[in-house]
Design a protein around this ligand. Sequence first.
Ligand code: 4AD
Ligand code: MG
Length: 431
Amino acid sequence: MRELTTISQLHLHAGQSVWIGCWLNGKRSSGKIQFLQLRDGTGYIQGVVVKSEVVEASWEAAKTLTQESSLYVRGIVREEPRSPSGYELTVEEIEIIQVTQDYPITPKEHGVDYLMDRRHLWLRAPKQRAILVIRAEIIRAIQAFFDERGFTLVDPPILTPSSCEGTTNLFHTKYFDEDAYLTQSGQLYMEAAAMALGKVYSFGPTFRAEKSKTRRHLIEFWMIEPEMAFVDHEENLRVQEQFIAYVVQRVLSNCRLELETIGRDVSKLEAIQAPFPRITYDEAIRLLQEQGQEIQWGEDFGAPHETAIAATYDRPVFITHYPASFKAFYMKPDPTRPEVVLCADMIAPEGYGEIIGGSQRIDDPELLAERFSEHELSVEAYQWYLDLRQYGTVPHSGFGLGLERTVAWICGLDHVRETIAFPRMLYRLYP
Ligand code: 4AD
Ligand code: MG
């Protein structure tokens, strides 16, 4: 193979002749000049083919190129202040790999179902590429945040014998002669890891067989789950707000071009600075009732409630101290008011809903045993988890961030389906 340069590296080769491997995005022609819009995954560049300056074969090759044709181009890198990248390629030679026929995604508007059926090709669109680049930067920022603060990355299992977040939405599978489930959350395992390593985090896929067809729900999504020994509810919230502010600032610093490609209003992101506002569940209920919404103390919030609460803030808001009655069995009750728990959901601004769920965990063995019988959980199946409260129990807290909802919010997207390369949704397993 010949030595190739990437479009993102062209600035290092100004004035030089280089080869790139690329696809044709689009083409314009004005008689003696053809303008090729080229992309190679790392960026975009215009290739200028002047009839009088190339051999006949290259001129003719350029003429046959169609959208998404693949090719090698040799050209001289020229500074071009009018181009978004600052450069242009004066084409010297073209070698076609394939002339594509009838590429199904044309510059005209297509419906979402049409595009989702062709997700494997839709990924090539500039907006889709930009989202995946931002997603990758968000993941790097997440890992950097925890790595720099002394957390150890631990991978919980994906096949599990029991549930973490309740049994209604588990994916069942056989594990030889036993029953197994795809993990809904690695939390319980991360609690064990925190007792071994102090501060830990996991990053991996989680699965929920939720019959929800909303713009916030995926069947398979990626979660970041930190768990911290000797950390209480208050400190848990401080870590979360610093974490989210850090991730947003990293994207603002490193993904300017991509944010511009997707048309994100960056002033909204610039406002994301810690500390974040906090309101209790009680206050949130009062706020909603004052707005005339039909909701009573003891009921969980739906998406419209969350949106209404978040609407008064320019940054994420914590809703804390939910009733124990509808929250997970492992959440620690508030010692001054045991009917509510030391938990918080972080609600993103602009209507993106809950991006984090977290809590201080029950550390008292007797209380945990009580919760087990109330929730009719099998002591046998969870003996290992109960062991953690027998052998050196300590106060500890943690949380889970949903990656796709975070990407949707940071990118300002209408729907989580565009936040992951191949989304798994209620009615979609293809491609
Ligand atoms: O609030 P959840 O269910 O919390 C847990 O699973 C805890 N065990 C986490 C922990 O404390 N370690 O889920 C956490 C986050 C939600 O806030 C949301 O962002 C995301 O995961 N999430 C989903 N994202 C996309 N599609 C779904 N179906 C999701 N369900 C939850
Ligand atoms: Mg939740």
